[in-house]
Design a protein around this ligand. Structure first.
Ligand code: ACO
Length: 427
């Protein structure tokens, strides 16, 4: 039965349809609100606004549940590799054997970047932040792959999507090696997605590089955990850019820019800086007090989430992966000790309990990256490599939606009313 919410203003009542999804809160359809009442809704930060229909990812933030196309993240990490998950996100189902084979073949076929694109790197300062390089180089892909820019041709959309998934590890590893003054790497297609990335990151031509299976597994898990997270800031940025019919490479570059900020993908870098700042376990309580103090801008980085008001399920998996890597590599990192104790303190503290602030995925990812020899400036880059499949899947879903419109929020204007330029304004 159709349900409606009633909205009454100045004696006039309008009926606003309720739309039901398969899980999660229903929504009030306010598309006719302005037409019927002359009012807009006001929702800065979109805390109560669903911006689209989506079949890709479901999060129950109160229960700490994350599903990709209906499958729990824990099961996907246990039973699938990253490219299977990428196929799932993009096409809606897990691949059968031949689909898996042909998807892997297509992705590995597209891992190389145009040779001329490689010379772009010389134009960047060696100390450029690799995210700056990512934004520039990924945006520049649209200047190279003209045959996959027609967004209304499903075959071109698919090629552009495969190119993006395939080239991101290459572009990221090139940015890393450029900053080190090392030769820019080439991909090796016989390897898995995670193995190939690790090899491009760390192998040097003068030595044989042995891929460590525990590290490759951890990297694969990191890629899966970061693959999609429904309508977060960067994904919404990709959708908004794409809604104007911009090409996919430009849209993904805009997503990378949005991901860069410390309130989003930059948080894992901020976690490491915070742990270093804390310095010793003895200082933990002082920093917790600072995080609780309204007059202090300090926040516990890696804690809190717009959607999760429970333990982020990705943080739990990451915590375990972190222990596995540390045990295997026999690493004794004081920052991990501080992180574990900080978590224990914070989750018992009434402030964090009341505000439902739990560790998020970024709390542990930086510590693993550190153990793998990946510098903080690369943390968000790796996140962007993993999230590309999510951006691409969400972008494809939006373009294929016949009801898709250009995204154009409204505003509550609070500036000057119409006024005149004074004749004596220069005196
Ligand atoms: N430390 C201390 N207090 C916090 C923290 C924190 N990490 N996070 C939120 N709070 C407090 C806020 O001060 C606020 O208090 P108030 O109600 O007294 O004003 C309350 O909790 C709610 O916080 P908001 O900022 O309003 O929540 P919002 O949903 O807008 O923000 C966010 C979520 C940005 C993630 C926030 O928790 C934060 O800044 N965390 C630290 C940064 C971080 O780890 N980001 C990574 C997110 S995960 C990701 O992007 C992959």
């Amino acid at each position: 039965m159709k349900r409606f919410a009633k909205f009454t203003i100045d004696g006039k009542t309008v009926e606003l349809p309720i739309i039901e999804g398969t899980c999660g809160p229903d929504v009030v359809d306010i598309r006719n609100l302005y037409q019927e009442t002359g009012l807009f809704s006001f929702d800065p930060g979109f805390t109560s606004t669903a911006s689209c229909f989506s079949n890709i990812t479901y999060i129950d933030g109160d229960k700490g549940v994350l599903l990709y196309r209906g499958y729990p993240i824990e099961d996907l990490v246990e039973k699938c590799d990253f490219l299977e998950v990428a196929f799932l996100l993009m096409y809606g189902e897990l691949p059968n054997f031949s689909q898996k084979e042909s998807f892997e073949q297509s992705i590995s076929h597209h891992t190389l970047v145009h040779e001329q694109l490689r010379s772009f790197y010389q134009g960047f300062r060696r100390d450029a932040h690799p995210m700056a390089i990512m934004v520039g180089v990924v945006g520049a892909l649209s200047a190279f792959y003209h045959d996959s820019l027609d967004i209304y041709d499903p075959a071109q959309r698919e090629v552009a999507s495969h190119r993006l998934i395939a080239k991101m590890p290459t572009i990221a590893a090139m940015a890393f090696n450029y900053s080190r003054g090392r030769p820019l790497p080439y991909p090796q297609n016989g390897l898995t997605y995670a193995q190939n990335f690790l090899k491009m990151m760390f192998a040097i031509p003068s030595e044989t590089y042995q891929i460590n299976p525990v590290i490759a597994k951890a990297m694969d898990i990191i890629f899966i955990l970061h693959a999609d997270h429904e309508q977060n800031a960067s994904t919404s940025t990709v959708r908004l850019a794409g809604s104007s019919q911009a090409n996919p490479f430009a849209c993904i570059a805009s997503g990378i820019a949005a991901l860069w900020g410390p309130a989003h993908g930059g948080a894992n870098e901020a976690v490491i800086n915070m742990l270093k700042q804390i310095g010793t376990k003895a200082n933990i309580s002082e920093f917790i007090e600072r995080a609780k103090n309204k007059n202090d801008s300090f926040r516990l980085m890696g804690f809190g989430h717009r959607v999760y008001k429970n333990y982020d399920p990705r943080a739990r998996i990451m915590r375990k992966a972190c222990h596995d890597v540390f045990k295997h590599l026999k690493i004794d990192d004081p920052l991990l000790e501080i992180a574990l104790e900080l978590e224990e303190f914070a989750i018992k503290d009434p402030y964090f309990i009341e505000k439902k602030l739990y560790p998020n995925v970024d709390f542990y990812s930086g510590i693993i990256f550190r153990a793998l020899g990946i510098p903080p400036s690369m943390f968000t880059v790796i996140f962007s490599v993993a999230r590309t499949i999510g951006w691409v899947a969400q972008w494809n879903e939006m373009i294929a939606d016949p009801g898709q419109k250009i995204g154009r929020p409204r505003q509550l204007y609070s500036g000057n009313v119409k006024r005149k330029i004074e004749d004596n304004r220069t005196s």
